[in-house]
Design a protein around this ligand. Structure first.
Ligand code: SAM
Ligand code: SF4
Length: 442
């Protein structure tokens, strides 16, 4: 076996897991293939957060079955959240799959590859103790901006969510381990890190002195902020219930921490928030937004919204629409509620018909698109600090792309020698999903 292709579905956590999978395969001497057609091994890293993600996975598997019929030596592997959730059941629907392993078993991939011919495939979905098994070499896609896991799993059990079942209980990584990883990334040219966790605000719970010291999230930000050569820090995701004043203060005072937060609201109705087991009320959420904006007037805000949660009335939904108009997020990730195995919400009464969910989703997408475009246009004339990440998507020489502190994509003309540096860019046009601009002298 000489080459591999990893197909990734889902969130940033999955994207980063795929980087680790690629790192493990590269260490085994396999080269990355351009396409599935050129690969000896195709690995599908799956997402099970919503039913649609599962449907997409099975339709991808259908295409791979046809490819395997043409090339019987092709090895097909399935990892990630569906692998963790379904295990051997995947083989019933797709007996041509050769390897199945869960989120916690990436390090076992070399062993699974070497025993391929010896036995029938059997899903490996164990949950080992601790988190050391997650620390693996990664083939990172971006050379300027990188992900760094600071914790794994989730303890929150929001009533709609499969994450605690497929990623296990929350475990925080030692602060000295995290700092070492960021330092080595900086030494290889990385200038921005995004710290990853399902709820970074509860980072540090369960750490003690034998783990390199007690440390909470604002303290971790301070440690990472002091790393020489690093220019920017972002993080996802923050659970509103755990957003503390000391985090707001750290964000406002630490120069490398960007004024950019993803704070999932889910719904602006207290009835829905209670049924979702979110453990905050709408007023508490608004109070936290107020604190963030009071300390950082140009705070960029994004959120997740679920419409059509069981029992959601017109009035509940209207509250969410009013909140979107009032808060004016820079962007949102809106979803129709999707029934997920094992979750508490499955048992709730008042499931909403699909056409109502779809109409609610369409409406909030339309409303938010208008707000996003208005906010992008309002930035015309301002000078943004941009970290240059590379050429823009067109690949035209002399066209560069980067992100503002608020996380917006900014495209402009400039020399590729600027990649990895901070430049000041005056915004000349605000588009739906990006900004255009021109470099001004620093
Ligand atoms: N841990 C993060 C948090 O608490 O916000 C994000 C976890 S999840 C990967 C991302 C988003 O998917 C959630 O914030 C939620 O809006 C959405 N989501 C999760 N389960 C869902 C479901 N069953 N139906 C619809 N959307 C869902
Ligand atoms: Fe899922 Fe809630 Fe955990 Fe986020 S905090 S991963 S939504 S259970």
């Amino acid at each position: 076996m000489r080459s591999y292709k990893v197909l990734t579905f889902g969130c940033q956590m999955n994207e980063h897991d795929s980087e680790k999978i690629s790192g493990v395969l590269a260490a085994e001497g396999l080269a990355s293939a351009r396409d599935v057609e050129d690969a000896d091994l195709v690995l599908v890293n799956t997402c099970s957060i919503r039913e649609k993600a599962e449907q997409k996975f099975y339709s991808e598997l259908g295409k791979l079955r046809l490819l395997k019929e043409k090339h019987p030596s092709l090895v097909i592997a399935v990892s990630g959240c569906i692998a963790q959730q379904e295990g051997d059941r995947i083989l019933k629907r797709a007996p041509f799959v050769d390897i199945i392993f869960g989120n916690q078993n990436i390090k076992d991939l070399p062993g699974l590859l070497s025993s391929l011919d010896a036995k029938r495939p059997e899903a490996l979905t164990e949950f080992p103790e601790g988190y050391e098994h997650f620390i693996l070499p990664a083939e990172r896609r971006g050379s300027v901006a990188s992900f760094v896991n600071i914790m794994y799993g989730c303890n929150n059990y929001c009533s709609y969510c499969v994450v605690p079942y497929v990623r296990g209980r929350e475990r925080s990584r030692r602060p000295d381990d995290i700092v070492r990883e960021v330092e080595s990334l900086v030494a290889s040219g990385v200038r921005e890190v995004t710290l990853l966790g399902q709820n970074v605000n509860s980072y540090g719970m369960g750490l003690d002195n034998k783990d390199g010291g007690v440390c909470n999230f604002p303290e971790l930000l301070r440690l990472v902020d002091s790393i020489d050569g690093l220019l920017r820090i972002r993080f996802v995701t923050s659970h509103p219930k755990d957003l503390s004043d000391s985090l707001v203060e750290a964000m406002a005072t630490l120069p490398k921490v960007c004024e950019n937060i993803h704070l999932p609201l889910q719904s602006a109705s207290d009835n829905m928030l209670l049924a979702m087991n979110r453990r905050y009320g709408f007023l508490e959420y608004m109070d936290k937004i107020g604190r963030l904006r009071a300390e950082m007037s140009d705070m960029a805000l994004s959120t997740d919204i679920i419409v059509g949660f069981p029992g959601e009335t017109e009035e509940d939904y209207d509250n969410t629409v009013a909140a979107l108009r009032d808060i004016r997020y820079d962007s949102i990730f809106p979803f129709k509620y999707s029934r997920r195995p094992n979750t508490k919400a499955l048992t709730l009464s008042g499931h909403i018909p699909e056409d109502i969910k779809a109409a609610r989703l369409d409406e909030i997408i339309r409303i938010q698109n208008e707000i996003t475009e208005e906010k992008n246009r309002a930035r015309v004339g301002r000078v943004e600090e941009v970290l240059v990440e590379g050429q823009d998507r067109s690949g035209t020489p002399g066209r560069l792309s980067g992100r503002s502190r608020g996380g917006k994509v900014v495209n402009f003309e400039g020399d590729v020698s600027l990649v990895g540096t901070l430049v000041d860019v005056r915004i000349t046009e605000g588009k739906k999903h990006s900004l255009m601009g021109e470099i001004v002298q620093r």
